[in-house]
Ligand binder design. Sequence first.
Ligand code: B12
Length: 211
Amino acid sequence: MSSALKEAVIELREDDALRITREALQGGADPLDIVAACREAMDVIGQRFADGEAFIPELIMAGEIMSGITAELKPYLKAEGSGGKLGTVVMCTVQGDIHDIGKDIVVTMLDIAGFEVVDLGVDVPVAKVVDSVRESGAQVVGLSGLLTVAFDSMKATVAALDEAGLRGQVKVMLGGAPVTDAVVEYAGADAWGKDAVDAVELARQWTGGAS
Ligand code: B12
């Protein structure tokens, strides 16, 4: 399944990609394996774009296919029934960045794991994150970014939380394809996660939620 799906996404064959996804899910495939296959495909398309072999319309099409696949996955992601909210997570894609496919997958996974998630959307000004943490009393902030320029917004967001006296109250996790340990250090965050499963695991550790 995963290589056929990956190929269909890379070749921007939307109908085939959605059909393979549906058939795989009906056959009992793990939705997270489907996300992983799609992400590999997105890396290939992203590389083609970087090499001048693909252009904005291809990126847009790839994004639409990925959004369609994500919508198919949602009913198959099982709620874990924690019997009450484990804590509150404020999530966003940082200022200057509008990529939201990965962020939305993380939001969905945190939600079904039993967290209250405040999703601020994309291109979010630092002041909005600060206000949201203050209002919601969140214990965790998740910052997503796919552009290298997002690193500065991540750093500015952590600094603003600090200036507002909220840094002691929240743990900050980062994510998005280009994020590494070095970015965590640069931004003054606490950790980063490679996927939505990592995001849930970090949030659980920090809120004392059972694993
Ligand atoms: C689709 C896409 C788009 C779509 C986005 C549609 C949408 N609704 O999001 C559109 C067409 C809008 C787009 C626009 C642009 N894009 Co673009 N895009 C991509 C592409 C191909 C795929 C991204 C994606 O959806 N991946 C799939 C998801 C599932 O993966 P993910 O986001 O990494 O998320 C997973 C994990 O990272 C993690 N995660 C994500 N967030 C978080 C948060 C936390 C807290 C945690 C713990 C985990 C976590 O969990 C997710 C699930 O597993 C990437 C290539 C790539 N390799 O990523 C380029 C890419 C990111 N884009 C790029 C560029 C340059 C742009 C543009 C600037 C192009 C332009 N000239 O206009 C604009 C940016 C506009 C802006 N201001 O943001 C570059 C960035 C290069 C750089 N170094 O900065 C890339 C890398 C392509 C490339 N190789 O050149 N893009």
